[in-house]
Design a binder for this molecule. Structure first.
Ligand SMILES: Cc1cn([C@H]2C[C@H](O)[C@@H](COP(=O)(O)OP(=O)(O)O[C@H]3O[C@H](C)C(=O)[C@H](O)[C@H]3O)O2)c(=O)[nH]c1=O
Length: 181
């Protein structure tokens, strides 16, 4: 596997190294030793999948509040998504900055998103299936989010969302959260 830091240094792009033969290919997508060697989380207590039927479905921006913050490793198992991580760590030099990567079943890339980040994606194809390795148990009472179009983040989404949940439409702006913190 190839591990590359993104422009947000604690967010990593993980790239599989498929071994190809006449049948197709085989690729390792997770290795505890490789994660440990880079000081990355390697214990994921929950694995989840989401399927988005329509192209340009937007999910996010989500995070769980302390003490239930999550490390996520996000992959795209069918189709393609534009995956976004937003640094919400107040003391971070990259606070409020975002990074994005195109993840697809073809490129077998994964995004490693540490605690303190919000996560979201826009599907780029119909039938996008997204896989999550998650370090922390789902804790609904700690579920939180910020608006995908928050001007404080200015995320340059590749297209307008065609489908999103009412919950995602109505997350607060970061300014509203920090004002009431
Ligand atoms: C996350 C989660 C959700 N659920 C239930 C709650 C709802 O009844 C239903 C759909 O949940 P939600 O609308 O939060 O699903 P997404 O909008 O795909 O949210 C996910 O996608 C964004 C981009 C993320 O980064 C999070 O991992 C996750 O929140 O599944 C569970 O039962 N367990 C879970 O771990």
């Amino acid at each position: 596997m190839l591990f590359t830091r993104t422009d947000l240094k604690d967010v990593w792009l993980l790239e599989a190294s498929p071994i190809r033969d006449e049948r197709g290919s085989f690729a390792r997508t997770f290795c505890v030793d490789e994660m440990e060697a880079r000081g990355l989380e390697h214990c994921f207590v929950q694995h989840s999948l989401s399927r988005s039927a329509a192209k340009h479905t937007l999910r996010g921006l989500h995070f769980q509040r302390a003490p239930h913050e999550e490390v996520k490793v996000v992959s795209c198992l069918n189709g393609a998504i534009w995956d976004v991580a937003v640094d919400l760590r107040p003391q971070s030099p990259t606070y409020c900055r975002w990074t994005a990567a195109e993840l697809s079943a073809d490129n077998m890339r994964q995004l490693y998103i540490p605690k303190g980040f919000a996560h979201g994606f826009l599907s780029l194809t119909e039938g996008a299936v997204v896989g999550y390795l998650i370090s922390t148990r789902y804790h609904p009472a700690s579920a939180a989010g910020i608006r995908y179009d928050d001007p404080a983040l200015a995320i340059d989404w590749p297209a307008a969302p065609a489908v999103m949940s009412e919950k995602d439409r109505n997350w607060p702006l970061l300014a509203d959260i920090t004002r009431h913190a």
